[in-house]
Design a protein around this ligand. Structure first.
Ligand code: C5P
Length: 422
């Protein structure tokens, strides 16, 4: 797994309470560690009935803490109780995640009870807290638990889930733990909140469009949407609120983004013009079709012996429409375009930068094997309004996204330091 800049060297206290979902929290501990986080696990006694501290120690490479009176290596610390020795944990933490969070632990946190190491740390820390409730549906919907959730939320605690689905009891209901990758998304959302793009609204387009010839055939392209989704995640990591307008792709929505699904170039045009009304930035990473069939046959076209030449007409150029709309508003915003080129990459991108009135263009040589459509990596050149080209080395699409967002932060700071959405 790739490291995540936002998590690099961040101190995460992972509180683990007793529920069968503990086995999935092992995956979470591993993901957080691989992403670059420094993860200290604190388990309740009940949690150790499901998984041993050793499992978490192996996954995080750090001691796992279990009780107030003993250190993780078992030596008696009666002379220096762990709740004092490890109060440092509470103060060093950037985030406390409690997963799974049982009804019992939630009740204690709501009441301010500190009767084990985890609840003591929760009371001692001033860092943000993310709870991942996991329990039988009946326990979750119980008025006592609901009231505790309200109290905790009002106090600024973040609560992820629970999700709907099958529970250990075999029953269906609301009480399942949110999956580890989604918990990771919530962690990013909470940690990124006050980042350099806090209170900025960013619209990202991603994926292909489809232009139908008849009800079962379309003109499309191999865009996977990965670069656009990586841009959305990178913007969320910096604290932005993100609208992700995407063509058909099975990629999961980054946690915190608002997903708008479209199929055709015309639909993307309409969705973009609506979304940018209140936005500061548009990142136009979608591979939008330039042509569509003039008419869509109402029923499946029967094959014949002769060839078939569908007449194609132009789709609207979205960036040009945006340039006109934003010029009317008179407020400078930031627009980034992408140029997938197969020849004279930089020269063609420079021309597009000017004709589409962009602040930055990301030029992409799609003839390279390791870059472009439907691969994990990308090889791009960033070109700004002054025409200067910055060639990035071969990097992941996340790496490209972070480089683009870094430029966006700089551009916004130059243009309107206060933000449009305040
Ligand atoms: O297709 P082209 O190379 O011109 O795309 C360059 C940029 O223009 C991309 O950012 C793309 O998303 C955008 N585009 C657009 N409307 C279209 C086609 C492309 O905004 N109809």
């Amino acid at each position: 797994m790739e490291t995540i800049s936002l998590l690099h060297n961040r101190r995460i206290l992972l509180g683990v309470t007793g529920g069968i979902a503990v086995y999935k929290v092992c995956t979470l501990a591993s993901r957080l560690t691989q992403a670059g986080g420094v993860v200290d696990v604190v388990m309740t006694e009940a949690a150790t009935r499901f998984v041993t501290p050793l499992t978490f120690e192996a996954l995080t490479g750090r001691p796992a803490y279990t009780d107030m009176w003993r250190t993780s290596d078992g030596s008696d610390t009666a002379a220096l109780p762990t709740h004092i020795a490890h109060i440092g944990l509470a103060h060093a933490a950037d985030l406390l995640v409690v997963a799974p969070a049982t009804a019992n632990t939630m009740a204690k946190l709501a009441a301010g009870i500190a009767d084990n190491l985890l609840t003591t740390l929760a009371l001692a820390t001033s860092c943000p807290i993310l709870l991942v409730p996991t329990m039988d549906a009946g326990m979750w919907s119980h008025p006592a638990t609901q009231a505790n959730a309200v109290t905790l939320r009002e106090r600024g605690v973040h609560i992820a889930g629970p999700a709907q689905g099958r529970m250990a009891s075999g029953l269906e209901g609301e009480g399942r733990m949110v999956e580890p990758d989604d918990i990771l998304g919530h962690v990013r959302l909470v940690l990124g909140r006050e980042g350099p793009l806090a209170r900025r609204r960013i619209v990202v387009t991603a994926g292909p469009t489809r232009e139908f010839i008849d009800p079962v055939r379309f003109l499309g392209n191999p865009s996977s949407g990965r670069q656009g989704f990586a841009l959305a995640q990178a913007a969320l990591d910096l604290g932005a609120s993100v609208t992700l307008i995407t063509g058909p792709t099975p990629l999961p929505t980054p946690i915190g983004a608002t997903r708008v699904e479209i199929t055709t170039a015309q639909e993307m045009h309409n969705a973009v013009l609506l979304a940018i009304e209140k936005a500061d930035v548009l990142l136009m990473a979608a591979a939008v079709a330039d042509y569509r069939p003039e008419t869509i046959a109402p029923s499946k076209i029967k094959k014949g012996d002769k060839g078939l030449i569908p007449r194609l007409v132009r789709t609207p150029d979205i960036l040009s429409a945006v340039a006109i709309r934003w010029a009317e508003s008179g407020f400078p915003r930031v627009v980034v375009g992408f140029a997938a080129e197969s020849e004279d990459v930089v020269e063609n991108a420079r021309t597009k930068l000017t004709t589409k009135n962009l602040d930055l263009i990301v030029a992409n040589d799609i003839t390279a094997q390791d870059a472009g459509f439907a691969v994990e990596t990308n090889r791009v050149t960033l070109i700004g309004r002054n025409g200067q080209a910055e060639e990035l080395p071969l990097t992941s699409k996340t790496g490209v996204a972070e480089a683009v967002l870094k430029r966006v932060v700089e551009l916004l700071a130059q243009r309107h330091p206060g933000g449009t959405s305040e």
